[in-house]
Design a binder for this molecule. Structure first.
Ligand code: ADP
Ligand code: MG
Length: 279
């Protein structure tokens, strides 16, 4: 299976249009794999520097965890990558194309999907429509978008919810629909902002299983923010740690969990906020 393909119902759904071209040029012939690169990104909000020259790289097929105490700049970084916020300095590149300053819809068409810290579904639209809208938004025909949405709901074992207004679903299910919606865009890279926030232990386990299967089946690059260290440790190949907008560590789960600066940052915030880091 090539990276970027999703096998659903025995069918292989590859990327189309711009996506295929981008993929082929970067993955064929043993060239480098597709990469999302954040280069020395700085972000200022009137008087507050939320990110200080942050650099990181996500390769297609790998899961990079982004962690840090509350207010350390994780959501801001996802917002900058997806074009919701302009950078104050630095660059974001996908396959060597500089997408800094592009509008969010244009970045989405580069197959960069995302979910939000707070659920962003259209509550009055059906579950199916919520997913279809995302697929149509990246240029898919209505018919293909519908097929894709149906396949995703089947894959997520949520077919029975297809015709229900998304706003009527339980919170844990809404989070799953958000992931399905990001996948409807056939992403090369997915940005997930706290996908397990607000979930109980069982729902959190289900989300972990879902994300692990996404990783296995799609092979896109994933940048995932979460406070649930069990989810992060089990899902991620590498972890990037922010504190007050600066990178304080980067490495394997083991390296990061033993890093004194990381432990200090978390213990400091744990005293204030009741958070604890544990491997
Ligand atoms: P995290 O996701 O790691 O909890 P955020 O990226 O949400 O952190 O926030 C980083 C810092 O930037 C915080 O101090 C926050 O208050 C500030 N911030 C985030 N968004 C805005 C905004 N739109 N305007 C002003 N300050 C913001
Ligand atoms: Mg956040």
């Amino acid at each position: 299976m090539r990276p970027g393909e999703l096998h659903l119902d025995g069918k292989v759904m590859g990327l189309s249009g711009e996506g295929v071209v981008g993929m082929m040029s970067s993955t064929e012939g043993n060239c480098d794999v597709s990469k999302l690169i954040v280069q020395r990104v700085t972000k200022d909000f009137a008087g507050l520097r939320a990110l200080y020259e942050v650099s990181l790289e996500v390769r297609q097929g790998e899961v990079l965890g982004l962690i840090g105490p509350n207010g350390s700049g994780k959501t801001t970084l996802l917002n900058v990558i997806s074009g919701l916020l302009p950078v104050s300095g630095g660059h974001v590149l996908v396959d060597e194309i500089d997408i800094t300053g592009w509008a969010p819809h244009r970045i989405a068409r580069k197959r960069i999907g995302r979910t939000f810290q707070t659920v962003h579904l259209f509550g009055a639209l059906t579950v199916l429509e919520n997913i279809e809208v995302a697929a149509v938004g990246v240029g898919m025909s209505r018919r293909r978008a519908g097929e894709r949405a149906q396949s995703l709901l089947k894959e997520f074992d949520m077919e029975r919810t297809a015709a229900l207004p998304a706003g009527t679903l339980a919170f844990g299910q809404q989070r799953r629909v958000e992931v399905a919606r990001a996948l409807a865009m056939q992403p090369r890279f997915m940005l997930l902002d706290e996908p397990a926030a607000g979930l109980n232990e069982r729902e959190c386990d289900e989300m972990l299983g879902l994300l692990a299967s996404v990783r296995e089946k799609i092979g896109c690059g994933v940048l995932v923010v979460d406070h649930d260290m069990r989810l992060i440790m089990r899902l991620c190949d590498r972890i990037h740690v922010l504190n007050y907008g600066r990178t304080i560590a980067e490495g394997t789960c083991e390296e990061v969990s033993q890093n004194p600066e990381v432990i200090e940052a978390y213990l400091g915030s744990a005293e204030e906020e009741g958070e604890v880091v544990s491997a």
